[in-house]
Design a protein around this ligand. Structure first.
Ligand code: C2E
Ligand code: CA
Ligand code: CA
Length: 712
């Protein structure tokens, strides 16, 4: 008989080695250093697996992800899972048991004891399968039937009730809906855990009411995962979708944090509940990154997509070995004279059968599983090689930016890696610039900030890619220390109907970037018309088909050998007199959308004689002040007068004078602000002048609550 395998899942090589040496006499050893690869091994080799040793605490995804996967596929019934971990609290261990783990061994352990326990478990497992199930049942009973916070059924109870219901229900009358909250992690970071918990509670209550009305069953699976068994009727689902959205918007929560629904129509009532739930969650995960879709139905293709992804990955492996990955360079140009100031390296896959494959076809899959880093490293190294070659050939090199994925930054000593590259190719750091996409900044913000600082200290420039595509604010930009902003025309959706709106969003971004002394590169510039309004606005640099498409390196080389086409001065912030002042009177430049999504807490003021009037506030402002959110509140002015601490009113007024004298840097002061009349907050105001009107002056202010900083 073929020797059975033990799968060791642990992120630390040293831990794996220890277990490997201990067990390899008796069992064939398989290893995984993260959840993703563990799952992949399990799916491929489960028939030969005799036991899994699982570390619960791993970066990226933890051991529960693996356990969850096995549990859903009922694999915990096929072979035993032993948790081997240090410093786990009882709740974690208990949770692991409830999800099908069979034993727990804590580190440090005595080698011989571990070996014995593993082997005993393996040999007894088959024999005792049924008994283990009995034990499970006994302890699962101890798990509460309903979740305290949401009032919904916990996983096991939910599954049990669904199974009962399916027995009685008519065929095709029910559907399973998986629900989670888009960007919930982000939500917790922005609003705090407390608000996050409150959100879960609201959603739980909604789903509970819903289940009651339509005779469904609602469950809460922990995290932000909910499930709902409901009648399979379009009208009911439509209402659920609408209600999920409306209710939450009513409570001042943004669309970006909407609950999403994955729906599986149950055809066959005898299908296993775990599979039914699994299908619904598969559907859900297919729209996780697509903010335009709130609901999706399960279909067979989704399974195929997962499989295709797997095929793609092995193809990529082969491609890497064959050296099929290279890069193209797209020049960045000064729009005033069309000269090239630098380039961006864009990966290309020269597939042996399919020819040139664009990154959109394979980057997303690579990003999902972390493979991206290997591919990125190929590009970085190639770019360095070429830079070296150009210098060796006696040419003056231009800075070239490379793309960096979120995963790159967190999965290794990122700065160290680049410094090594610079050393290996004897390159000064300013020749390689790093493009980091806006969305990468969102999670693990502190770690991110630290890494950016390290990169800066080492002399690298950071470009924030795809700015305006998501959730960042210009205020946080200031803290993050970015060198260049990249704005993509496609995120502005400057189509025919929305032209003015898109342009005005861009215009205000440009204005503020200039205030922050940040150069801007506009990507996707395709027409002369666009060049015209961009330069009028004060933008200087563009990257787009209007100038050059991405070019093969040799072609780019030919181009930069021609001095008349190149500008070695690098990028400047647009000069002050090019700043195009916003014209409030003609159109409403600040759409609500922009006010709420692109900026932090902002306010617009009108100052006339010694009276300051608040013209407009955004949602973040209200949130900061804990005010009810009403866009058109006529009480603005009174509110302002009453809320500023009497002793600070003078300094507050002075802010506006100072700002006028220093229009670029604006003015800053910390002002005491009375929330609800007595709760005092310190608010850091930054005021910038915008425009003179006939007998008044308009200002823009960004606000930051610094009470906690002051008090700490
Ligand atoms: P990106 O970083 O925003 O790159 C700009 C994309 O816009 C490129 O697409 C470029 O060819 C395209 N583009 C430039 N000018 C125009 C224009 O005028 N009109 C239009 N319609 N498109 C224009 P590409 O090369 O297909 O790359 C797509 C994305 O793939 C990149 O977006 C980037 O996010 C990712 N990517 C590319 N290379 C790498 C890489 O080496 N590593 C990683 N992690 N991601 C990469
Ligand atoms: Ca880029
Ligand atoms: Ca971009």
């Amino acid at each position: 008989m073929e020797r059975k395998s033990v799968l060791i899942v642990d992120d630390l090589e040293i831990n794996r080695r220890m277990l490997r040496e201990l067990l390899s006499n008796d069992l064939n050893v398989l290893e995984a250093s993260d959840a993703e690869s563990a799952i992949s091994i399990i799916d491929r080799k489960y028939e030969s697996i005799a036991v899994v040793l699982l570390d619960l605490i791993m970066p990226e995804q933890d051991g529960f992800v693996v356990l969850e996967h096995m549990y859903r596929k009922r694999l915990t019934e096929e072979f035993p899972v032993i948790i081997v971990s240090a410093n786990d609290d009882d709740a974690n261990v208990e949770k692991a048991f409830n999800m099908g783990a069979i034993d727990y061994i804590s580190r440090p352990f005595a080698n011989r004891i571990l070996l014995r326990r593993v082997l005993t478990t393996v040999s007894l497992f088959d024999y005792n399968k049924d008994m283990a199930a009995e034990i499970d049942k006994r302890f699962v009973k101890d798990e509460p039937e309903t979740d305290e916070r949401t009032g919904l059924y916990t996983r096991n109870k939910f599954n049990e009730l669904v199974a009962e219901r399916l027995k009685k229900a008519a065929r095709r009358s029910l559907c399973m809906i998986a629900i989670d909250i888009d960007h919930f992690k982000l939500f917790n970071r922005f609003y705090g855990r407390e608000k996050g918990d409150a959100y879960l509670k609201i959603l739980g209550e909604e789903l509970g009411k819903y289940a009651e009305t339509y005779n469904g069953i609602a469950g809460y699976f922990g995290g932000d995962n909910f499930a709902l068994l409901a009648p399979n009727r379009q009208d009911i689902l439509g209402e659920l979708k609408k209600r999920a959205r409306d209710e939450l918007l009513d409570r001042n929560l943004e669309v970006g944090y909407c609950p999403k629904l994955g729906v599986y129509a149950i055809e066959d009532n005898t299908e296993a509940v775990l599979d039914i739930v699994d299908h619904a969650f598969t559907a859900l995960s297919s729209i996780r990154t697509d903010y335009t879709r709130l609901m999706v139905w399960y279909n067979q293709d989704m399974v195929r997509e997962v499989r295709d992804e797997f095929v793609l990955l092995s193809d990529i492996e082969r491609g890497i070995r064959n050296g099929e990955f290279t890069f193209y360079v797209q020049p960045k140009c000064n729009m005033l004279d069309g000269r090239i100031v630098g380039g961006e390296a864009l990966i290309r896959w020269n597939h042996r059968e399919r020819g040139l494959v664009p990154p959109g076809m394979f980057i997303p899959a690579l990003e999902k599983n972390g493979f991206i880093t290997r591919v990125d490293q190929i590009v970085w190294e190639e770019v360095c090689k070429w830079q070296r070659k150009w210098i060796d050939d006696g040419h003056e090199p231009l800075p070239i930016s490379v793309n960096v994925s979120r995963n790159d930054i967190f999965s290794m000593d990122f700065t160290g890696y680049f410094l090594n590259l610079m050393e290996k190719y004897h390159l000064p750091t300013h020749l390689i610039e790093l493009e980091i996409t806006e969305s990468a900044y969102m999670e693990e913000y502190e770690r991110f900030e630290t890494e950016i600082r390290k990169l800066h200290t080492a002399g690298f420039s950071i470009l924030m890619d795809d700015f305006g595509s998501g959730y960042s604010s210009l205020n946080s930009l200031k803290d993050l220390d970015i060198d260049v902003l990249k704005i993509d025309m496609k995120f502005l959706r400057i189509d025919y109907e929305n032209k003015d709106k898109g342009i005005s969003i861009l215009e205000s971004m440009v204005n503020m970037a200039v205030q922050l002394m940040l150069p801007i590169v506009v990507e996707g510039v395709e027409t002369q018309d666009q060049v015209k309004f961009l330069t009028e606005m004060g933008c200087l640099y563009a990257q787009g088909y209007y100038y050059y498409r991405p070019l093969a390196v040799e072609e780019f080389e030919r181009l930069i050998m021609d001095d008349s086409k190149v500008d070695f001065d690098g990028m400047q912030v647009s000069s002050v007199d090019q700043v195009h002042m916003l014209d409030f009177s003609e159109k409403q430049l600040f759409s609500d959308e922009m006010m709420n999504n692109i900026l932090g807490a902002v306010a617009f003021y009108e100052v006339k004689d010694d009276t300051v009037k608040l013209l407009r506030l955004n949602e973040q402002y209200y949130r900061m002040m804990d005010m009810e959110y009403v866009m058109a509140d006529p009480e603005y002015a009174t509110h302002l007068r009453q809320s500023i601490h009497p002793d600070d009113r003078g300094s507050f007024l002075e802010l506006f004078d100072q700002a006028e004298q220093n229009p670029i840097k604006g003015s800053t002061a910390d002002i005491r602000y009375m929330k609800d009349g007595d709760d005092m907050r310190y608010i850091r105001f930054r005021i910038y002048p915008l425009r003179k009107q006939r007998d008044s002056m308009l200002y823009y202010g960004s606000l930051e609550d610094i009470t906690d900083i002051i008090n700490s």
